[in-house]
Design a protein around this ligand. Structure first.
Ligand code: SF4
Length: 354
């Protein structure tokens, strides 16, 4: 499916400048961008991954994680090959660092939405690799999904340009923006081949002006990306943009890809991060990837009562009133009540390849 991208501009001598992500690759005829899926073909930019998802499976929304909206829903989740980051610890590296499109599915936007509906899902997520690199495909799917009443979700590294955020605001309900290594500049350069985390704050400012629901995660990597001072600064900057009620989750690292020599993040380190965010006044702080942890739950910021209990990326009890208040003290909690759930955990395909 040859498909011309929309997020690019033509510049001199047949070159194009991609405007989907903050790398802003300038490409000569025949060149492919850093992400591996956007190519200058004769002076126009083609999205090679259009209609070619490499992964399609059904996940609970809590796995993204989206913890404050649409709890208990099942989300048809897709990703393509390629990524604009090259994280040495990527848990989906066999997808994100793949540069061949061959071997992927063929799925038109209509087929993706049809599959989601047939499988009883309440939404569609663009995830596993960075979805901004295939934003034109995501948008076409998202617009059809909205017509059918489905939720749409991005799981993103936050490198969206203002041009990309404009596109997202047409079809996106929720986005998880994932920092890594507490947004430390040298960590981003050395372990992710990413110029700077500053662009992520720019994207967050842009997202804060849309109606899109935003949640923040931060992968805490032991020994090399676990500075408490960095975490404090990251939380302060997020709070400046969104206030104190945006959900922030600190995620446990597990050894993967090129960083197999590191241990999993100690739980004490994650708890220290949790405490720092709470000290900074954040109301909804979580720890992710630690089964059985009480830090997956939502507690009322006013009286400390258990409002939402979670485990293994699922909501297991929901103790809010119908209008979203704490049952003990009546404080408004910024979480959408659990909708009726049509449970269907069956996968439609194998992970990670067809
Ligand atoms: S989306 Fe891909 S081609 Fe476009 S700027 Fe980012 S890395 Fe470069």
């Amino acid at each position: 499916m040859i498909h011309e991208a929309t997020l690019y501009e033509r510049i001199s001598e047949g070159k194009v400048r991609c405007t989907a992500c903050s790398r802003y690759c300038i490409l000569k005829d025949g060149q492919i961008g850093f992400c591996g899926v956007r190519k200058n073909v004769g002076g126009k930019l083609d999205l090679l991954a259009y209609g070619r998802p490499l992964v399609a499976q059904i996940d609970p929304i809590e796995k993204k994680p989206i913890l404050h909206r649409y709890q208990g829903t099942w989300i048809y989740s897709i990703g393509t090959a390629g990524c604009n980051f090259a994280c040495q610890f990527c848990q989906n590296y066999d997808v994100s660092q793949r540069r061949e499109i061959e071997g992927s599915y063929y799925m038109t936007p209509e087929q993706v939405v049809d599959n989601a509906v047939k499988e009883g899902c309440q939404g569609i997520a663009f995830t596993y690799n960075e979805p901004t690199i295939f934003i034109e495909y995501a948008k076409d799917i998202g617009l059809i999904a909205k017509e059918k009443g489905l939720i749409t979700v991005f799981v993103s590294n936050g490198y969206e340009t203002p041009e990309a955020i404009d596109e997202l605001s047409d079809f996106l309900d929720c986005i998880t923006v994932d920092f890594k290594g507490n947004a430390n500049l040298s960590f981003y350069r050395r372990y992710m081949s990413v110029p700077s985390p500053e662009f992520i704050y720019d994207a967050l400012k842009g997202l804060s002006k849309t109606g899109i629901h935003v949640e923040i995660t931060d992968l805490v990597v032991p020994q090399i990306g676990d500075s408490i001072d960095d975490a404090r600064i990251m939380v302060q900057r997020v709070k400046e943009i969104f206030g104190d009620s945006i959900p922030v989750s600190f995620l446990r690292f597990h050894p993967d890809y090129k960083l197999m020599h590191l241990p999993s993040t100690p739980v004490e380190t994650l708890i220290r991060h949790y405490e720092v965010a709470r000290e900074e006044g954040m109301k909804y702080v979580y720890i992710g990837n630690v089964p059985g942890s009480i830090y997956q739950n939502t507690y009322c910021p006013e009286c400390g009562s258990l409002c939402v209990e979670r485990d293994m990326m699922r909501t297991i009890s929901f103790n809010l009133t119908e209008d979203g208040r704490c049952r003990e003290c009546g404080r408004k909690i910024d979480i959408k009540p659990l909708p009726e759930v049509r449970r269907n955990p069956q996968r439609i395909s194998g992970w990670p390849f067809p």
